[in-house]
Design a protein around this ligand. Structure first.
Ligand code: DC
Length: 215
């Protein structure tokens, strides 16, 4: 069984999808982490961003592993490193690159093969798993999402400015929505879920009910 959760940054997707996967006993596929991992690897190798083919060539050389609580690249733990502002700002180079997307989409399908999965990202219901049993599009207002992101960054020990985060988020939303390959749009058969003012626990509870009603 595949459940997809798509939506913009900061809608609470990651934490909701992870908790939902736990409750259902499904694997959790954090596809944003994969785009972040590619961006980090490119930064570490100082690849020039103006040569997108180099990025495409890099992806099949990387061994990306999503463990329950860790992201590994070539055996190295990059769980925290892929969440920094620097990597977050650079990730669009990976996400906007059709060649990179093609590789990662294939890898995501491979990772899901033979498992029950909650897959979280932007294009999971539209591109990667068009036949998913249950598709959810999770969203929240821009202000709410930016506030959540600030809290997340502060937890990582980074100082974050709300106005700055909001501006960057608006830019990312635009890029995500306008991308030619795998843009952020709800699948036609997705259930829209607005999370403003709803607690994390309540979101997870409602998602679980939704999925169980479809099993
Ligand atoms: O969900 P996130 O913030 O970890 O995602 C990081 C970036 O990767 C974000 O800019 C959107 C992009 N992304 C994507 O294009 N497709 C996905 N399936 C997941 C993430």
């Amino acid at each position: 069984v595949i459940v997809t959760i798509d939506g913009p940054a900061g809608a609470g997707k990651s934490s909701a999808a992870r908790a939902l996967a736990d409750r259902l006993g499904f694997h959790f596929l954090d596809t944003g982490a994969m785009y972040r991992a590619v961006a980090l690897a490119a930064l570490q190798r100082q690849l020039p961003w103006d040569q997108p083919d180099l990025l495409v060539d890099l992806v099949p050389q990387l061994q990306i592993e999503l463990l329950p609580d860790q992201v590994l690249v070539d055996g190295q733990d990059v769980t925290a490193a892929i969440r920094t502002l620097q990597v977050t700002s650079a990730t669009h180079y990976a996400a906007d690159n059709p060649g990179v997307r093609a590789h990662l989409v294939q890898l995501q399908r491979q990772m899901a093969e033979g498992h029950d999965v909650v897959a979280e990202g932007r294009d999971q219901g539209t591109v990667v798993f068009p036949h998913a049993r249950c598709k959810i599009f999770l969203t929240a207002s821009p202000e709410e999402r930016a506030r959540r992101r600030v809290l997340e960054l502060e937890k990582l020990g980074e100082t974050a400015n709300l106005a700055d985060i909001l501006a960057k988020q608006t830019l990312r939303d635009l890029r995500d929505a306008q991308r030619e390959v795998g843009p952020l749009v709800p699948a036609e058969d997705a259930i829209l879920f607005q999370t403003d003012g709803i607690s994390h626990e309540e979101v997870v509870e409602r998602l679980e009910q939704l999925v169980r009603s479809r099993q």
